[in-house]
Ligand binder design. Structure first.
Ligand code: WTA
Length: 709
């Protein structure tokens, strides 16, 4: 089947309101999975869907739990008595570290569990066998135990992509210590907020790591983190510092006497020590993963040992199509949920070889990923639309020059444009790999929407149907279903619980209920799961074939290169600058990163706009959140467009940044400021060569309704 498109364009007029985003889109052609893929796939018979229908729910998910080794079987598959705090596999006991490490020793102790690829090409790859991983996990668990940490305590990691990170995660999991890994690219202050929120007394970090050719001092962030946590009343007693080069300290920042310790020194005292994996309840927490929302306070999404591990093992098997003899490479960072689920827990639970790359994909050049793929014999590849767009821009002809062969590829984290999808398929996949476009979230633990790779045809730009056992639908603002094939968008919800869903927001159970379940719940006392649709916060449309197309966030979250940034967090960072009176963050469409942030600020009386103030705002954002949140532009404007009640009209500002129509501004308190800002911003952008391209219907709709929450 070919890539020519069935040109079906519907003529319906586009409506847009805060409630309903009508979309026009061209139906894309289908691509069937290659027969050779289907022949070897873990799921090749469409009858598998019959085991996961609504009638089979929730027992259907025991098929995932059965992929694990349980110390004690569960009594109840799903307990809904404290809805919507679902409890999966109640009464069951297991240990994630045991499942990802120990149990593979009997069958393949000498197979690589992890292959670590350092960024400098002059440094050798490090293969860590399951046996070696077992030893390292046990020794580090002994260190944690020695510090007095035990099941239920929290520990924060602020680690880059080095093998010590999965080792530390599995060591914590072994003891039931709840880990919270903060993306290394986040600032020390951001790590500090998360340390305080989780109540961690120990921070695990590393002295340095490579990023785009530079050996960064990472230890400096630990000092900032400890200070930021202390300001919020959380004391960090110990900072455990791994060294990028054991025995050699590579950071300029000094170690703090009594608080900071080198891990390699501690490990020496625990050589060969074995720490038995603690049998944990299936419903015990495994880890926290922080993500952004509509308020300034990040949400610590709490994932369970039994439900989460079952779900990532099951989806890794059927959607990543992982077989034990595959070499699987997910280029995401373990600091995000993708890395937790589909670099560490899912692949290792299945006993495969998971590749870990320290650096940036285009270092030292845009062919680096293909050299790695060839050298290691990677056959399953997993990355984001941003990385694909970037590699397509800087090295469109590189994949063809390298003799590697993927059977399977994944895209995750953002919508992928059909033309970018086709380049992924043809150039990176050499038209021989199947692609899964996986839609899911930090909160959901694992995939919610994706084609079954050996069975379903692919359709560029659509994630596909619901994942096995997931029952989604699209609702309008009133809770009425939007019919499939209507071309109308609404809010995608999941009607049923599933084992991978997060258990709560750490320390904020009310926010958990109000953000994710209150919107469509009609009876807060109900213990019937049917009364609690999960509100994902994404707009979506469902085509007549049942495939979902995800349009993006309906809340004030900006998805930059697949990273969720909350506008409130960005704005409160800007407001820490003395001169700033008001701040508003809006998305601007970007050809590589999908979206970028633009920050508008107005100043207090008596202050004038200057490059210094601009630099202060930029610094404040980098210090509070991290470089990934750095705005594309900071505009110091005379005033913000506001409603008569004083609310900043973010959609008007967003339209200005994106050169789109500002819509009706007659109801503003200060409509005259709109033209002033437009002139200021757009002429400056044109002078910088930021020439706008025509936006798609979906992009236009997002800009038009931005900030309506
Ligand atoms: C977006 C990442 C379109 C979506 C796993 C979601 C996607 C948010 C896709 C979650 C996809 C994720 N197509 N959009 N395949 N996957 N998203 O928590 O808006 O970092 O709500 O989890 O990313 O981002 P998060």
């Amino acid at each position: 089947m070919a890539d020519d498109l069935d040109d079906v364009t519907d003529d319906e007029t586009s409506e847009s309101s805060e409630a309903l985003i009508a979309v026009h889109w061209r139906e894309e052609g289908y691509y069937p999975p290659p027969a050779s893929f289907t022949a070897q796939a873990n799921a090749s018979d469409p009858a598998i869907r019959e085991q996961f229908t609504e009638d089979e729910f929730p027992d259907s998910f025991t098929a995932y739990a059965d992929l694990l080794t349980w110390f004690k079987p569960w009594d109840t598959v799903l307990d809904t008595s404290n809805a919507p705090f679902w409890k999966w596999f109640v009464g069951g006991e297991l240990n994630a570290s045991y499942n990802c490490v120990d149990r593979h020793l009997a069958t393949h102790p000498n197979k690589a569990a992890l292959i670590w690829v350092p960024e400098p090409e002059s440094e050798a790859h490090q293969a860590i066998t399951y046996r070696e991983l077992y030893i390292r996990v046990n020794e580090f668990a002994a260190v944690l135990k020695d510090l007095g940490l035990k099941a239920g305590d929290r520990i924060t990691f602020h680690m880059p992509m080095v093998p010590e990170l999965p080792v530390a995660m599995l060591a914590a999991a072994r003891l039931g210590i709840i880990h919270s890994q903060v993306f290394a690219g986040f600032s020390g202050t951001a790590a500090g907020h998360r340390i305080a929120d989780s109540g961690s007394t120990v921070l695990v970090t590393t002295d340095s790591y490579y990023r785009s050719g530079d050996l960064l001092d990472h230890k400096v962030k630990a000092d900032e983190a400890v200070e930021a946590a202390a300001k919020e009343g959380q004391q960090v007693d110990k900072v455990l510092v791994f060294r990028r080069y054991p025995g050699k300290y590579s950071a300029a920042t000094p170690m703090v006497e009594g608080r900071d310790v080198f891990v390699d020194d501690l490990l020496a005292a625990h050589k060969g020590e074995i720490v038995e994996p603690v049998p944990l309840q299936a419903t015990d927490p495994l880890f926290l993963m922080y993500t952004s929302g509509t308020t300034g306070r990040p949400k610590g999404c709490q994932h369970s040992v039994g439900g989460y591990l079952s779900y990532v093992a099951g989806t890794s098997k059927y959607y990543q199509d992982i077989h034990p003899d595959d070499t699987y490479w997910c280029m995401a960072d373990i600091g995000w949920i993708t890395g937790h689920s589909y670099i560490v827990y899912g692949p290792l639970a299945l006993g495969t070889t998971s590749v870990l790359y320290e650096g940036t994909p285009n270092y030292p050049d845009a062919a680096r990923p293909w050299r790695i793929a060839k050298q290691l014999g990677v056959n399953i590849f997993h990355t984001s639309p941003t990385a694909i767009r970037m590699l397509r821009k800087v090295g469109p002809d590189e994949p063809a020059k390298y003799d590697y062969h993927f059977k399977h590829m994944t895209t995750v984290g953002e919508p992928i444009e059909p033309e970018v999808w086709r380049w992924y398929y043809q150039s990176i996949g050499k038209s021989e790999a199947v692609i899964v476009d996986t839609w899911w979230q930090t909160e959901t633990g694992g995939f919610l929407g994706s084609t079954l790779p050996g069975i379903d045809p692919m359709k560029p730009g659509s994630c596909g149907p619901a994942a096995l056992g997931i029952l989604p639908t699209i609702l309008d603002e009133n809770g009425d279903e939007v019919p499939a094939g209507s071309g109308k968008a609404g809010n995608i919800v999941i009607r049923n619980p599933w084992p991978g869903v997060f258990q709560t927001i750490w320390g904020q159970p009310d926010r958990f209920v109000s953000t994710y379940y209150a919107k469509y719940n009609k009876d807060p006392k109900s213990t019937d799961w049917r009364d609690w649709p999960y509100f994902a916060g994404d707009g979506a449309v469902q085509a007549a074939d049942g495939y979902f197309r995800i349009l993006g966030r309906v809340d004030d979250v900006i998805n930059v290169a697949g990273h969720r940034l909350g506008t409130k967090e960005l704005e409160s960072a800007a407001l820490t600058v003395t001169e700033v009176a008001e701040a508003a963050a809006v998305p601007v469409v970007d050809d590589i990163r999908g979206r970028m942030v633009e920050m508008y600020v107005s100043l207090k009386p008596g202050y004038d706009a200057s490059p210094e103030v601009e630099a202060k705002v930029k610094n404040a954002i980098e210090t509070d959140i991290g470089k990934i949140a750095r705005p594309k532009n900071i505009w110091i404007v005379p005033d913000m467009p506001k409603t008569r009640s004083g609310k900043i009209m973010r959609r008007v500002i967003a339209a200005t940044s994106n050169f789109t129509d500002t819509g009706d501004i007659t109801t503003l308190a200060n409509p005259e400021v709109v033209e002033k800002i437009r002139h200021q911003v757009q002429s400056a952008k044109l002078a910088k060569g930021e020439v706008p391209r025509e936006l798609s219907e979906t992009e236009l709709n997002e800009i038009k309704s931005f900030g309506s929450e």
